[in-house]
Ligand binder design. Structure first.
Ligand code: FAD
Length: 512
């Protein structure tokens, strides 16, 4: 499934891999976090290299909804519930600084941004209280929100909180501008280069960055890889990987102009996109208030990675919902992506424990990385160059509350349950030789001796790969919507042919 943003041909420039080269800062991962971090260091005169396993925007950033908003569904009350007022305030202050940075950057580089109201609405009567709570918390941290009883939408709503003048954009247009600017300042961006390990210690200065193509050296290494790829600090065990879906449509009638997000389940996220954003030639579109034609994006139906038995049903459900409320809507693109939730709902940003002050990480944006990715970049750069903003200092010194501990323990127990379920199912299941040939876009787990094997058919080609995640041994599950093998433990994902797509794993699946 290709996103609206990745559908048009994009610049595929890559720089040469200079085996053995030394840099001041190596950034691992070319999503929004990595590229903003790289640009800020390059502007400070540092020698910078970005190493990307796949291509620029391949992760969540090229597959996001790209709303740039300080009102984030019911996020503020969740943060307040898992932390405390000072941290909620620091979160909003950081997000505000990041939003400002991104808007100024987009303006300076002529990247189109549409300013829209952000609206968190209740889709059920029970959701009204959540809306009212979000209003109160948002007000308490200085956001100029308003309550609204009714919305002009074709489906029922039960109250909403509105923050005017937020923004939306095409994330790939921002990444391309960032990449150009990094290169202009002498930075290099090398794609198709997976980092497999980093060594940093008293006898290893500078840090050694190992890749499939050789080694590089750096004073500091920044893991901006979605979930961190190193197990030090056990961040993979503290993060909940959550997959979610987005669909885009050409709609014959009027479409809502604002950026909407329901506060209750199943989640529904709506925004528009100018039809030039990856959709040229896709047909008849609604017109926006400014006379341009627009597509409607509808997202939602999220779940834990690898834990949903029928991912395609989630996509079909979004489509049916949209066609019901926007008659004549014609699907142009559908895609999915994942992001990571922390136990306290605020991102992890800073140095990696046992990284000897040379390895840094940024993760856990809970689907709000358009601001939080920039927050992370501003934080990482100020951690190293000095002059940390007060909100970054407050975030670094936050205490962990019992609510966050409880949430972390619950997530850990769920991982244990999925590990046991996967292995029990595989060991009690059929031998791989006894499996029927999977139908098109289907995958099945069998066993060879006691080793789980995944067999799938995609484009009429049947492949057998190891059914065990090379990260920590979870038994993989089939994701029909993306035709991938997904790990229900920590969110690593692999293509049908075994190629690593994302997650904490750093190796492909073995062929069987
Ligand atoms: C469906 C969905 C909708 C969303 N909508 C919004 C929204 O409307 N607003 C908002 O604010 N946020 C939204 N988010 C969240 C936001 O998209 C992400 O938080 C953000 O894009 C994360 O950016 P990143 O740079 O940290 O990670 P990514 O964009 O995932 O980049 C990480 C990069 O690291 C690379 N990488 C991984 N491992 C290695 C390795 N070993 N070596 C080298 N490179 C590696 C990957 O290939 C990838 O390119 C959404 C998320 C999802 C899933």
């Amino acid at each position: 499934m290709t996103s609206l943003w990745l559908a048009s041909p994009r610049d595929s420039t890559t720089d040469a891999f200079d085996d053995g080269a030394r840099y001041d800062e190596i950034i691992v991962g070319a999503g929004l976090t990595g590229l903003v971090t790289a640009l800020l260091f390059a502007r400070a005169g540092k020698k910078v290299a970005v190493l990307e396993a796949r291509f620029i925007g391949a992760g969540a950033t090229g597959n996001t909804s790209a709303k740039l908003s300080l009102l984030q569904g019911s996020q503020l009350q969740k943060i307040k519930q898992h932390t405390y007022q000072a941290i909620t305030q620091a979160y909003v202050d950081g997000n505000r600084a990041a939003q400002q940075w991104l808007l100024e950057y987009a303006q300076s580089r002529d990247v189109a941004v549409q300013f829209r109201d952000a609206i968190s609405y209740a889709a059920t009567p029970e959701g009204t209280q959540t809306v009212e709570r979000e209003f109160r918390v948002a007000r308490s941290v200085g956001l100029d929100v308003q309550l609204r009883a009714e919305l002009d939408l074709p489906f029922a709503t039960y109250g909403a909180v509105v923050l005017p003048n937020q923004a939306q954009f095409d994330p790939m247009a921002v990444l391309e501008a960032l990449a150009t600017d990094i290169r202009k300042l002498g930075g290099v961006i090398v794609d198709r280069t997976r980092v497999t390990g980093v060594t940093a210690g008293p006898r290893s200065r500078p840090a050694v960055v190992r890749t499939g193509r050789g080694e590089l050296f750096a004073d500091h290494v920044h893991l901006t890889t979605g979930t961190p790829i190193l197990d030090r600090g056990l961040y993979f065990a503290k993060l909940k990987p959550l997959r979610s879906y987005v669909t885009s449509y050409a709609v014959p009638g009027a479409i809502p102009e604002a950026m909407y997000l329901s506060v209750d389940a199943p989640s529904r996220s709506l925004r528009t996109a100018p039809s030039g954003d990856g959709t040229q030639g896709s047909g008849k579109h609604a017109s926006d208030a400014h006379g341009g034609s627009e597509e409607l994006l509808v997202g939602g139906n999220g779940h834990g990675v690898g834990r949903e038995p029928s991912t395609q049903l989630r996509v079909d459900d979004l489509r049916e919902w949209t066609e019901r409320y926007f008659p004549g809507a014609r699907l142009t693109h559908s895609w999915s992506a994942q992001d990571y939730e922390t136990p306290h709902r605020v991102p992890f940003v800073g140095y990696l424990p046992r990284g000897r002050g040379a390895i840094y990480l940024a993760t856990g944006y809970d689907k709000w990385g358009m601001t939080n990715g920039v927050v992370a970049a501003l934080t990482l750069v100020s951690d190293i160059l000095g002059d940390s903003p007060p909100w970054a200092t407050a975030m670094h010194h936050r205490a962990t509350l019992p609510a966050a501990l409880g949430s972390g323990l619950g997530a850990g127990a769920a991982v244990g349950w999925w590990a046991a379920k996967g292995w029990a199912g595989a060991l009690l299941g059929p031998r791989v030789d006894d499996l029927p040939r999977p139908g098109e876009r289907q995958g099945l787990i069998g066993r060879s001796g006691i080793r789980p094997v995944g067999v799938s058919t995609v484009n009429s080609t049947t492949c057998a790969v190891s059914g065990v995640c090379p990260h920590l041994g979870g038994v993989l599950t089939w994701n029909a919507a993306e035709t991938s093998w997904d790990c229900p433990l920590h969110g690593s994902r692999f293509s049908a042919t075994g190629e690593l797509l994302e997650g904490p794993a750093v190796r492909d699946l073995a062929q069987k």
